[in-house]
Design a protein around this ligand. Structure first.
Ligand code: LLP
Length: 438
C-alpha cells in the first residue's frame, strides 16, 4: 500500500516529525494515545479554499463554514475563527463550542449556519438569540417549528432549505447523504412547494439554497451534477418571486488516506463549480468543508504494548483503540500506520504482517488489518490522517479516558486538551440508596 506524503508529518532521516518536532519527543512528554495536529497543515488547507474563492468572480462574496463535527477542539475552532471562518453546526453544543472558542473575535455568530434533521426548540432558541446567519432547514415540520419559535422570541429566522438533489456521491453508504433514500434534506421535487410555504410564514426569511450530498467524495462530477439541479431550482424560485441570496454547496471533498486515493485539489474542485455560476446573478457562495480542512492535519500517536504472534495471524496490540478512532470499525476505513522511528528492523527483508488492534473487548477493535510492519513491543506508531472524525467521534467505551490533544506550531507544542482521568469518567454518576433489607 502506498503511503501518503504530507509535508507536515514527514520523516527526517528515519524519525517521523510533526512540523519541526519529533513525534517521539511529544509522546515522551505527553504520553499515548495522543492526537497531534499541525497548525501549518490546518492553515494551508484553509488558505487553499480561501484563495480559490477569492480569485473567482462568481465567489466575490464567499464564506467558508468549517463543519465543526469533523473536529470540534476549541483550539482548532479558534484558529479557523481567527482566519475569518464561518461554521457549520449541527447542535446547540457545537454552537456553544464555537462561541466559547471565538470569544473576543467579532462577528462569529453571524457566520454560523445550522444544519441537521433534528433541531430542538431549545437549540433553535439558542441559535436565534446568538443571531446566526442561517438555518439549513430539512423538513416541513421544522419550518413550522422554527417559525413558531422565532415568533415567540419576536425574531425573524433566516432560512435555506437543504435540498436533496438525488445524486450518488459514490462513497461509503454511511456517509452518503444526497440520495433519495437518505433521511437528509428535502426531495428536490418538493422544494418549490416548501419554499412557497417558507416565504409565506411570517417569522421566516428565505435566504438561500443549501445542499450536502455526502462525505469523502473523490471526484467533482457528483458536486457538479448536484449544483446543476440546485440552479434549476433557483431559476424556478426566482420566477415565482422567491429571491435567493446565497448558495451553500455543503462539504464532502475527500482527502487521500492512501497513495491510491486521488481526490481533486481544492481549486480543481471549486473552480468548475464556480464556473457553472458565471453569467448569473451574483450570489453569496458558501461551502461547509470539514474533513478536507482537518483530516490530513492530524495523527493519532500510539504505543505497541504487546506483540502476539499466532498461527493464522500476528497481532500488534496497541494502546489506542476503537474508542479513540472509530472509523476503521465503523466504516472499514483505511488509515495508514507508520512507525515513528524507522529502524534496521524496518528495512530488513519482508516485514511480518500484523493486524494492529486495540485492547477493547470487541473483534471490530482494529485500527489496521494485514499491515506489513517490523515491530517490537514499546515501538511508537502514528495512525495517519486522523484529524477528522477521530477525536470528535471518540468515546469512553471500556472506561478508557479519552486521548489528550496537542497542537504543534513550528518547533512549539501546545497541550490543547489534557488527558481525562478515571475519576472524571464517573464524576457524573451517583449510587442509589442501599436497598432496604426485608
Ligand atoms: N455539512 C453537512 C451538513 C454535513 O453533514 C457534513 C458531514 C459536512 C458539511 C462536512 O462534510 P466533510 O467535508 O467533512 O465531508 N464520520 C464520517 C463522516 C460523516 C460526515 C457527516 N457530515 C467519517 O468519519 O467518515
Amino acid at each position: 500500500m502506498n503511503t501518503v506524503a504530507s509535508p507536515h508529518f514527514a520523516y527526517r532521516q528515519d524519525t517521523l516529525y510533526a512540523e519541526n518536532v519529533p513525534l517521539a519527543q511529544i509522546a515522551a512528554r505527553f504520553g499515548t494515545p495522543l492526537y497531534v495536529y499541525s497548525r501549518a497543515a490546518l492553515t494551508a488547507q484553509w488558505q487553499a479554499f480561501q484563495q480559490t474563492l477569492a480569485q473567482h468572480p462568481a465567489s466575490a462574496d464567499a464564506l467558508i463554514c468549517y463543519a465543526v463535527k469533523a473536529n470540534s477542539s476549541l483550539a482548532i475552532l479558534n484558529l479557523f475563527a481567527r482566519l475569518g471562518a464561518g461554521f457549520d453546526i449541527v447542535s446547540g453544543g457545537e454552537l456553544q463550542r464555537v462561541l466559547a472558542a471565538s470569544a473576543g473575535i467579532a462577528g462569529v455568530a453571524g457566520r454560523v449556519v445550522f444544519s441537521g434533521v433534528g433541531k430542538t426548540e431549545a437549540e433553535m432558541e439558542l441559535a436565534l438569540n446568538a443571531g446566526i446567519l442561517c438555518f439549513n432547514v430539512e423538513s416541513a415540520a421544522e419550518l413550522d417549528r422554527l417559525n413558531a419559535v422565532a415568533g415567540r422570541l419576536g425574531k425573524t429566522a433566516p432560512v435555506s432549505l437543504r435540498v436533496n438533489p438525488d445524486v450518488d456521491p459514490q462513497t461509503h453508504p454511511y456517509i452518503s447523504t444526497g440520495l433519495k433514500t437518505a433521511k437528509f434534506g428535502i426531495p428536490i421535487a418538493e422544494a418549490p412547494r416548501l419554499y412557497e410555504r417558507a416565504a409565506a410564514l411570517p417569522h421566516l426569511a428565505v435566504e438561500g439554497i443549501d445542499c450536502h450530498i455526502g462525505s469523502q467524495i473523490l471526484s467533482v462530477a457528483p458536486f457538479a451534477e448536484a449544483l446543476e439541479r440546485l440552479l434549476a431550482l433557483l431559476d424556478l424560485l426566482e420566477k415565482r418571486n422567491i429571491p435567493i441570496r446565497h448558495l451553500d454547496l455543503g462539504g464532502g471533498l475527500g482527502i487521500p488516506y492512501q497513495g491510491t486515493d486521488a481526490p481533486p485539489e481544492i481549486d480543481a474542485y471549486l473552480t468548475p463549480l464556480l464556473d457553472q455560476l458565471t453569467g448569473r446573478k451574483k450570489l453569496k457562495i458558501m461551502v461547509e468543508p470539514g474533513r478536507r480542512l482537518v483530516g490530513n492535519a492530524g495523527v493519532l500517536l500510539t504505543k505497541v504494548e504487546y506483540l502476539k504472534p499466532g498461527e493464522e495471524k500476528n497481532f500488534a496490540i496497541i494502546d489506542a483503540a476503537m474508542n479513540d478512532l472509530m472509523r476503521p470499525a465503523l466504516y472499514q476505513a483505511w488509515h495508514d500506520i507508520l512507525p515513528v522511528q524507522r529502524s534496521q528492523r524496518q528495512s530488513d527483508a519482508p516485514a511480518p504482517i500484523f493486524d494492529v488492534v486495540g485492547p477493547v473487548c470487541e473483534s471490530g477493535d482494529f485500527l489496521g488489518l494485514s499491515r506489513p510492519l517490523a515491530l517490537a513491543a514499546g515501538d511508537l506508531l502514528a495512525v495517519m490522517s486522523a484529524g477528522a472524525y477521530g477525536m470528535s467521534m471518540s468515546s469512553n467505551y471500556n472506561s478508557r479516558p479519552r486521548a489528550a490533544e496537542i497542537l504543534v506550531d513550528g518547533d512549539k507544542t501546545h497541550l490543547i486538551r489534557r488527558r481525562e482521568n478515571i475519576a472524571e469518567l464517573y464524576a457524573l454518576e451517583s449510587l442509589p440508596p442501599a436497598p432496604e433489607t426485608a
